[in-house]
Design a protein around this ligand. Structure first.
Ligand SMILES: Nc1ncnc2c1ncn2[C@@H]1O[C@H](COP(=O)(O)OP(=O)(O)OP(=O)(O)O)[C@@H](O)[C@H]1O
Ligand SMILES: [Mg+2]
Length: 272
């Protein structure tokens, strides 16, 4: 567990990319996050796990400064995303859990990826080698051959990888990925997991939400177990204790042993 902090005093020289202090988020009468205190240092690869409704997506939206914060303090790159959202989000690549790309507009895959370069400008965004950059990341996610196909005609897994490419194209310092493997087959999952490792090795900070940690078990530096409250955070080798898993999921969770790792079976691990 992180040591709890009693004050909101922060240091501008810290290398923490994300700092949450006693964060409470509430939708209507329901708290989605309760007193979460968590620091994510530069170059961390943090995998966030927890049951449905645990507040995992809400945690990412809090970092983006869009979830309804009722108490606490959020700093991303030392700035409050609720006050300086534009400044903060331009350094973040975000893959949402559910995406509404307007499919009535005949966008090609490469156009959707280029939207990741738009920032706050609507048009023109096809400047400064935008298309080349988009093609490069499409190649990295294994989709070069569908670059000029209409986005709406792609399969679910192809669309998901296009959205991952859109998050990567601006070369962000922080990547927030909300269940990016959920529609991917085993091969594509490996391609994306290896790509995340590559970006992490290049110095990017990664916060990944997933029910299945298997694809990234060797790449994850820390795991956070969340169920509205932060139950535990620590190295993947140490975090999946019976006690932590029962506290997080409310039931005993089956685990498989893979090499030195103990992996909880809480998601769709079939066929992997
Ligand atoms: N826009 C919203 N309006 C109202 N309630 C919301 C909203 N978004 C989330 N919630 C509620 O907040 C809680 C946490 O939701 P969240 O989506 O963060 O969970 P999650 O851990 O991502 O779950 P899952 O594994 O199903 O994706 C849930 O009770 C959910 O119903
Ligand atoms: Mg979610």
């Amino acid at each position: 567990m992180e040591g709890s902090r009693t004050s909101y005093a922060t240091s501008t020289t810290s290398t923490d990319v994300v700092e949450l202090y006693d964060v409470w988020v509430k939708y209507g009468d329901v708290y989605a996050l309760e007193g979460v205190t968590l620091s994510v240092p530069e170059r961390d690869f943090l995998t966030v796990m927890g049951p449905n409704g645990a507040g995992k997506s809400t945690l990412l939206k809090t970092i983006l400064g869009v979830a309804p914060l009722v108490k606490g303090k959020v700093l991303v790159f030392g700035k409050d995303p609720y006050r300086e959202r534009k400044e903060v989000v331009k350094r973040i690549g975000y893959v949402p859990q559910r995406e509404r790309v307007n499919e009535s507009v005949p966008l090609r895959a490469v156009d959707v990826v280029m939207m990741g370069l738009m920032g706050d400008k609507l048009l023109p965004f096809k400047r400064n080698g935008a298309e080349e950059k988009a093609l490069k990341v499409l190649e990295e996610v294994g989709l070069l051959e569908v670059a000029y196909r209409p986005y709406r005609e792609l399969s679910g897994g192809q669309k998901q990888r296009v959205l991952i490419a859109r998050a990567l194209v601006s070369d962000p310092d922080l990547l927030l990925l909300d269940e990016p493997f959920s529609a991917l087959d085993a091969h594509s999952t490996k391609v994306v997991a290896d790509l995340l490792k590559k970006y992490n090795d290049k110095g990017k900070t990664i916060i990944l939400v997933t029910h299945d940690i298997t694809p990234v078990i060797r790449y994850t530096k820390r795991v956070a177990l969340l169920n509205r409250r932060l139950i535990a955070v620590g190295e993947p080798l140490k975090i999946f204790t019976k006690e932590n898993l029962v506290k997080t999921y409310g039931v005993e969770v089956p685990v498989v042993v893979q090499g030195e790792f103990c992996i909880p079976l809480v998601g769709d691990q079939h066929g992997r």
